[in-house]
Design a protein around this ligand. Structure first.
Ligand code: ADQ
Length: 498
């Protein structure tokens, strides 16, 4: 196991002469007005959850798009601010995007074209030329922001996700030879060639990405898909021994690095006394007394399988009416990308389903489903994970899914059952979960029943195993492995103080 301090020492030793720069679309902290005052808040989302502890350990520079209406009020003349506010550990540089840029680059090309293209969750991608133009412009804007900071220094640029397919090549073209080491982590699935080939900009996307020195995916499966796509689409040499692509004399390593969470931190925090005190408040707030708690936690996104999950709860109560007044299913959902029509429709669909199920099954004083929309504090969230006897992750397709790992990390009592979609990347590591096919409502509802009736001994056996897995492969190990993979050195744990 690697802990925060080990990663810190490792990065300082290995990347001593390099600037350490992370680039992502979403920023880890945003500033907003609340009751006339400026407040700092953390947006929800997997990339932020994963990278913030890494950056706190590595003290680098994070470049991201501004998203809060008060952001500009707190940044300096270089558009930078030290974060987190209470104990500054790294610099955040904000890139200002115009409304048309956000529309075209973020809602348009990134989330209405690339997101559905990569998830193959039966939503048609929309490829719009104007969106592509904005996507290209914003990638250029970020390239300039990076080079303004880096100047002539040597730097390690760690690009996050599908918003920046063109950035690696733009940076390599702007920088001096050998000035930058560029790596890209792709947080979502990479599709098969059959799915990817419909993309009109496929060549530009692949060209841009192959300027990276390394590309990381969550699973071997996604790496294989990427290699196959390149092999069939571009003239290049695939080195199957080194698992790399060589194009125009440049080699890009392709590697699987399953992302994770800060196990230690969640596990420690959830056992603190103030957390225990908060339990009563949560029971009261959500009227959870005397019920067995089933939990779902998601950004509201059509890839997360929320309607499928509600259907399974409905079916469960149809098949097992004896569970009425015994269970509560609490769904926490943070609104996401609501400007895209599909997301708005999904939100309406979920509202209607919750109403329907509650109407159908409720009794005097009891309704089976509570749906809480909005961002909930990490303290409350971690406690709810611990209080939940069953956590349901039913993604139709997901790169990893951190909710599954957060639930496991919070269960220091070594109890609780994870019901997990076989189409989430995390299912490859958390094989002791009750695995489901979210498209199969019969099997799904039977699996929830299995989770609710599983003998304690078996629950514990499975949870202990899953906790070991997440404990060992925590977020610091993920980052350490990624960085050492990039430096093409063997990862030796004895090199860092464990
Ligand atoms: P996401 O699609 O955002 O991430 P996920 O990995 O589940 O999905 O992360 C969501 C994060 O947001 C979790 O940390 C969760 O706790 C938090 N969250 C969700 N709802 C919340 C709420 N209502 N209140 C507070 N917090 C909430 C993308 C990919 C994933 C991949 C990650 C990291 O789609 O497959 O696991 O990046 O690589």
């Amino acid at each position: 196991m690697l802990i925060k301090e080990d990663l810190q020492a490792f990065v300082q030793e290995k990347l001593g002469d390099y600037l350490f720069v992370v680039v992502s679309n979403r920023q880890p902290y945003e500033h907003v007005y609340k009751k006339g005052k400026i407040e700092c808040q953390r947006p929800s989302g997997g990339v932020i959850t994963a990278l913030d502890p890494v950056m706190q350990a590595c003290h680098g520079l994070w470049i991201a798009a501004s998203s809060g209406e008060a952001d500009h009020r707190v940044t300096d003349r270089f558009n930078k601010i030290e974060v987190p506010a209470d104990s500054p550990a790294y610099s955040l540089k904000r890139v200002w995007l115009t409304k048309p840029e956000v529309e075209g680059y973020y809602y348009g090309y990134s989330n209405d074209a690339l997101w559905p293209l990569c998830h193959t969750a039966f939503q048609r991608p929309v490829f719009n030329q104007e969106d592509w133009q904005h996507y290209t412009n914003v990638n250029q804007k970020f390239a300039k922001a990076v080079m303004d900071e880096v100047g002539e220094a040597k730097a390690f640029i760690w690009i996050q996700d599908y918003h920046f397919c063109l950035l690696p090549k733009l940076l390599k073209d702007m920088a001096a030879a050998n000035q930058l080491i560029i790596a890209h982590f792709w947080h979502i699935p990479w599709p098969s060639y059959e799915a990817f080939r419909i993309c009109p900009q496929k060549d530009e996307i692949l060209e841009g990405m192959l300027a990276n020195d390394m590309i990381g995916f969550h699973t071997h499966y996604h790496c294989n898909n990427f290699i196959e796509v390149v092999d069939r689409q571009l003239e290049s040499k695939i080195d199957r021994e080194r698992f790399s692509v060589i194009r125009h004399d440049h080699e890009t390593l392709i590697r699987p690095y399953p992302i994770s969470v800060d196990f230690e931190e969640i596990n420690r925090k959830v056992q603190q006394n103030d957390f225990k005190n908060m339990e009563g408040e949560l029971i009261e707030e959500f009227h959870l007394d005397n019920y067995r708690l089933l939990l779902g936690v998601d950004r509201i996104d059509y890839t997360k399988g929320i309607p499928e999950r509600l259907d399974a709860i409905d079916r469960l109560l149809e098949k097992h009416p004896e569970l009425k007044e015994k269970i509560i299913f609490l769904q926490l959902g943070v609104l996401s990308r609501i400007h895209i029509a599909k997301y708005k429709a999904l939100n309406d669909e979920i509202n209607a389903l919750v109403e329907k199920i509650n109407w159908k099954h409720s009794t005097d004083g009891w309704s089976p489903v509570i749906f809480i929309r909005g961002n909930i504090s990490s303290a409350k969230l971690q406690l709810l994970y611990r209080m939940a006897q069953v956590c349901i992750v039913s993604a139709l397709h997901d790169g990893m899914n951190l909710v599954a790992k957060e639930f496991v990390s919070a269960h220091y009592d070594e109890d609780g059952v994870l019901v997990l979609s076989q189409f989430a990347g995390s299912a490859r590591e958390l094989a002791e979960a009750v695995l489901i096919n979210p498209y199969d409502s019969e099997q799904f509802s039977d699996s929830i029943y299995q989770a609710l009736t599983m003998p304690e001994e078996e629950r514990r056996k499975r949870m202990v195993k899953m906790r070991q897995t997440v404990h060992e492969n925590n977020i610091y190990r993920w980052a350490g492995k990624f960085i050492s993979g990039l430096l093409k050195i063997e990862f030796k744990e004895q090199e860092v103080a464990v």
